[in-house]
Design a protein around this ligand. Structure first.
Ligand SMILES: [Zn+2]
Length: 263
């Protein structure tokens, strides 16, 4: 599964740089970096959820089942006995993992609607809403969560498009143009339903005023400042990576030194 690995690796790289950039810009605290990074990586694997029999989509539905089961049961802690909670957890997990997966795979076509800009909007907005309404995050952090998944998702579609690869390592150049489309012409009904979902999610989403203000006051008026900020963010991210490497090397040397001392 070399191409699944490629999606994973590039997803990790892009999510790491984005998270470090957000942290350097002061938007994400150090303690929140890991969840945001994870959201980006999940986003970069999510589009191939439309592949029926692949290991990735099976794994994705297992993970989705577990995550949804936690989302449903954690707020109920204290109101139910541990055994009851475990039963609810198991029920949610099994119905997502097998029931929902079966329905979903009957309804979807690989590289159909889930490989489109419309899907990026739907998934990012869905995560923004989950972060806001279920995880009780601030509007700002909720939008950032949606953004991370959106960036991961976009990374996957770009990779599909540029390399025209699929999960089974066949080189199909025919597939060019099937990943980064606005919506799916081949399945107008799915496109319509997804479009309605995007409208509903947009309506439900937390206020985005602070972002619009930020964009107006900082980015558009002061493009130069934004560029400087971006460069600073990249510099910061690089310094962070450097210090990690340094620490890694140092701990490697310590281990080597210790084993040499033992000899
Ligand atoms: Zn794909």
């Amino acid at each position: 599964m070399a191409n699944f690995q490629t999606h994973l690796n590039v997803g990790i790289l892009v999510s790491a740089v984005t998270t470090l950039g957000l942290h350097t810009a002061g938007l994400v605290q150090a303690g929140q970096a890991l969840p945001y990074f994870t959201l980006g990586v999940v986003g970069s694997l999510l589009p191939d959820i439309d592949l029926k029999t692949s290991r990735p989509s099976n794994a994705l539905f297992s993970a989705l089942g577990a995550v949804l089961a936690f989302i449903m049961t954690l707020p109920l802690t204290g109101r139910f006995l541990p055994l009851e909670l475990a039963l609810i957890w198991g029920g949610v997990f099994l119905s997502v993992r097998y029931g929902f997966f079966e329905i979903f795979s009957r309804l979807t076509v690989h590289r159909g609607i889930w490989h489109s800009w419309l899907a990026i909007a739907a998934v990012a907005l869905a995560v923004t809403n989950i972060a806001y309404w279920l995880w009780r995050q601030s509007p700002e952090l909720s939008w950032l969560a949606g953004l991370m998944v959106g960036i991961g998702y976009l990374t996957h579609l770009c990779l599909d498009e540029f390399y025209s690869v699929d999960l089974f390592n066949r080189k199909i150049k025919r597939s060019f143009g099937t990943a980064l489309k606005l919506f799916s012409l081949a399945s107008p009904w799915s496109s319509f339903v997804m479009f309605m979902a995007v409208l509903a999610l947009w309506w439900l989403a937390p206020p985005a005023d602070m972002w619009l203000e930020r964009i107006q006051t900082e980015s558009l008026v002061d493009l130069h400042g934004t560029f400087d900020q971006f460069r600073e963010a990249l510099n910061g991210a690089w310094t962070q990576v450097e210090s990690w490497l340094e620490r890694l090397l140092r701990s490697g040397q310590t281990v080597l030194g210790a084993s040499a001392a033992l000899d």
